[in-house]
Design a binder for this molecule. Structure first.
Ligand code: URA
Length: 229
């Protein structure tokens, strides 16, 4: 990880304060003064400030039940950021592993471990995300096969990857996809002439949204959940 990030993870300093500290020349990596915050450091490096060895705080992994009319961004826009709901130290240093639209509810995973979130977000990893979808029109059975084969989204070069559609009721389905294109679920139903009127993420990989979490509530992931990714 970057040295300035490591300093933030091992002290109470913000990224800007860490950069200022680096400029003073007081940060020593393996016996040498390093002033460049972009310098890459590893767990086996010895990093000291005025002789005191820094140890990085453990990474944090959170699941949250995203309420409607909130956004998955670190800054507020038309709607407030989800980070307002998370009352932990330096919550703003964390990021969201797979964003949801403002009007989508459900499971959001939040962490400061970039390698972990990469396994969720990267299209190459094929991590399955399952959504409960409410539709404007009755779902046609043939859409099961259409989604299995892939549909053409407007403006995309290739078909969507094979997706699993399970019909729950006339206008309610579960959809499992392994990619996360912009507005993917809404665009998939638009591609077959239907319209999403409600969207809720229930599961990411092996991690299911905890029924005990009301909208706006969160909890740390269990070790088993963290290791499942
Ligand atoms: N697909 C969408 O269209 N919106 C979301 O929020 C997530 C997936």
């Amino acid at each position: 990880m970057r040295l300035d990030k490591f300093i933030c993870k091992s002290t109470e300093l913000t990224r800007t304060e860490a950069k200022k500290l680096l400029k003073t020349g007081l940060v020593i990596v393996n016996g040498e003064v390093v002033k460049n915050g972009a310098c890459q450091v590893h767990e086996n490096n010895t990093i000291t400030v005025e002789g005191e060895v820094l140890t990085a705080r453990q990474s944090r992994y959170i699941m949250m039940h995203k309420p409607e009319d909130t956004i998955c961004s670190n800054v507020d826009e038309v709607y407030p950021s989800l980070f307002h709901f998370i009352d932990v130290d330096k919550a703003w240093d964390m990021h969201i592993a797979g964003r949801l639209d403002a009007d989508t509810t459900g499971l959001v995973l939040i962490t400061d471990d970039g390698r972990w979130s990469h396994n969720i977000i990267s299209p190459k990893k094929h991590c399955v995300k399952t959504y409960r979808v409410w539709l404007r029109d009755v779902i046609a059975e043939k859409v099961i096969d259409e989604f299995k084969e892939g549909v053409q989204l407007q403006g995309e070069k290739s078909l969507t990857r094979p997706a699993v559609l399970r019909i729950v009721a006339d206008k309610e389905v579960l959809l499992s996809i392994t990619e996360g294109k912009y507005h993917q679920v809404k665009r998939m139903f638009a591609a077959v002439g239907n319209k999403v009127v409600g969207l809720h993420r229930e599961q990411v990989g092996e991690i299911k949204l905890d029924d005990d979490l009301a909208p706006g509530q969160w909890r740390y992931l269990t070790e088993q959940e963290v290791l499942s990714v």
